[in-house]
Design a protein around this ligand. Structure first.
Ligand code: SF4
Length: 293
């Protein structure tokens, strides 16, 4: 087995364990490269059919091509595609782009709060109707008790503190100092009732591993990651008011792999173009302790 085979096998194992151990789980799909690799791995783990709903938290400030890509793939791969949003914060314009909130508050409103209430079923969820390609209100209000997330330990500091099976309390809060050990691939999957579980099958993957795997498997990803003629590309995708592209002439996946291997970004954080990280003190720990992805 090469290193990608080993990573793939480990992630497939975690996905199957999660599906077997936890009732009513979902998988977050941010539309970025990592969670799209995660989705690809889920298709492998369950032989082409993804038996877990995909959930996207729509801030309404995502780059429009991301939403188009999400819906195209959801239709093509017959995914149970669900989105949630903070309708009230958007209506009251309690957002950073509207000038009524700083970035941290805006992320808490549009991401953390929306995620918490979407997972709990307290707020409306919208599910894709595959006959029409449109979203309708989801009649299923059952709480998702676990969520599979495509975070990677090398992506930013707070993520390196995660476990594969990471408990959160009823409010989605994360007690970083009180997490079960996971020695020698022994995973704790037995948690007290009411515990919300985050599952991280990609924890050991690096940015380079992700791109190598995308190339090997020919996984379709959004072209926002490529230089489309202006000498810039997104290295990490997010809301357009808070995400800036990097200088790069990489026009395809193999160019990106070469670029990463060249060491050009060795001392530049992958999420350096994400302004909310800087506003959270250079990391995301404050936001992530409160439920941020
Ligand atoms: S990334 Fe920017 S626009 Fe998106 S939720 Fe955070 S502050 Fe708001």
């Amino acid at each position: 087995m090469n290193h990608l085979d080993k990573l793939e096998a480990q992630s497939v194992y975690i996905l199957r364990e999660a599906y077997r151990e936890f009732k009513n789980i979902c998988m977050l799909w941010s539309i970025g490269k990592d969670s799209t690799v995660l989705l690809w791995l889920a298709r492998k783990a369950f032989f082409g059919h993804v038996p877990i709903p995909l959930v996207h938290i729509d801030t309404h400030y995502k780059i429009p091509e991301m939403i188009q890509y999400r819906d195209d793939l959801a239709l093509k791969w017959k995914l149970t595609m669900v989105y949630g949003e903070n309708t009230q914060a958007l209506a009251e314009k309690r957002t950073f782009p509207d000038g009524k909130a700083d970035r941290i508050t805006c992320c808490q409103n549009l991401k953390s709060e929306a995620l918490k209430n979407t997972l709990s079923g307290e707020w409306n969820r919208y599910v894709m109707n595959h006959s029409t390609g449109k979203y309708i209100q989801d009649t299923n209000r059952e709480k998702y008790t676990g969520v599979i997330v495509g975070v990677r330990a090398d992506e930013e500091g707070s993520r390196s503190k995660e476990r594969y099976f990471s408990p959160r309390d009823k409010e989605n809060d994360w007690d970083v100092g009180d997490q079960p050990p996971e020695f020698w691939n022994q995973f704790k999957t037995d948690f007290a009732p009411g515990t919300h579980i985050r599952i991280h099958p990609l924890l050991d993957w690096t940015e380079l591993n992700i791109w190598e795997y995308i190339e090997r498997e020919n996984i379709p990803i959004t072209s926002l990651y490529f230089d489309r003629g202006d000498g810039k590309r997104y290295r990490s995708l997010g809301c357009y008011p808070c995400t800036t592209p990097v200088d790069s002439t990489s026009k395809n996946v193999s160019d990106i792999i070469e670029e990463l291997k060249s060491g050009k970004f060795a001392n530049i954080a992958e999420r350096s173009g994400r302004a909310q990280d800087k506003d959270d003190g250079g990391g995301l720990e404050t936001l992530r302790r409160g439920g941020y992805m």
